[in-house]
Design a binder for this molecule. Sequence first.
Ligand code: PLP
Length: 383
Amino acid sequence: MAWQVPLSDIDLGDAEVAAVEKVLRSRWLSMGPVTQEFEAAFAAAVGAKHAFAVSNGTTALHLAYAALDLGPGDEVIVPALTFVATANAIRYTGATPVFADVTSLDDLTLSPADIAAKITPRTRAIAVMHYGGYLCDMAAIRVLAQQHELAIVEDACHAPGATLGSGHAGVLGAVGCFSFFANKNIAIGEGGMVVTNFDHLAERIRLLRSHGMTTLTWDRHRGHAATYDVVATGFNYRLDEIHSALGLAQLGKLIENNRRRGAIVARYRAELAGVSGLAVPFGVPAADSQPAYHLFPIILEPEIDRAAFMAHLRDRGIQSSIHYPPIHRFSAFRGELADVRLPVTEAAGQREVTLPLFPTLTDGQIEAVVTAVRSALAAAGRA
Ligand SMILES: Cc1ncc(COP(=O)(O)O)c(C=O)c1O
């Protein structure tokens, strides 16, 4: 179906085409100098000492958890209101995800109070997710982590460019993970990045990303190494030069595109203020923080039929989505978690709708979305 207003769209142009063509003409496709350049530029952009380009956000998360040496018997506190990969990647290590609630229907990020309630002697880490590009309450979460000697992993897949004071999302804990999937703020198809300021974690991530090998094909190609040892059971989670070239071009647009996203969110908020039947979360972003505005979520009042609301939008060519069906309700997780209750997460899972948001959304498209939202609410008996 051709949407009049899709949920997301990418800002691709001549810069990306030229960057990819240059790689193709160089005749070196696997991880090499362009990937190194992308890593250095990304590290500089988020103020990280180390950055490793990887094949996607899920492998970024797996490397983060693996670098922390998590394994069977360990617990990681994680939101259930996130994409399933945040929790699946904990399970890859043999550790157990322990779900904590989010703060409120206005702040859909992990609740420090519920994290505190879920800490046990087996807890090793807290995995936060900066929902929609809005930062978690990192000040409170860092205090908890320090008190209980827990590592913080940031799932910053929604939040490249978001800041808290002078610090960037991704370097507010031990390890930060980013996704460059096709609908993200940096979109390259499939790709991701792991960042850390800790040398010992960087060394583990470097090894585990590429089979546990001590040298890379690129090093051997340049004659910098003749052979290699394998010192860990690693993975192939590398990014290639074509995707890195796309990443560099997209990174160059990040600040301006996040600014445009913010302006669109401000316009939506003004248009929807006072509309009966919905609330717009994150009215007051965390103090001293700058969001990355990845998603534009709204929360419908409980008596409004969400499926009918979304169908009304769909019939007018407006694509919408749900972020997220809570993880603890999925079949693959439900069994052992039958009695887990996360009231705010469950309410959000039933009442949240994500409206279109991308940097090239036009004023006319915003108007079409708002008009469709108003008529969907009128159809539901709201003025
Ligand atoms: C919050 C979150 N975590 C993890 C991921 C996984 O990233 P990827 O799709 O690049 O594996 C995504 C994106 O899809 C995401 O939105």
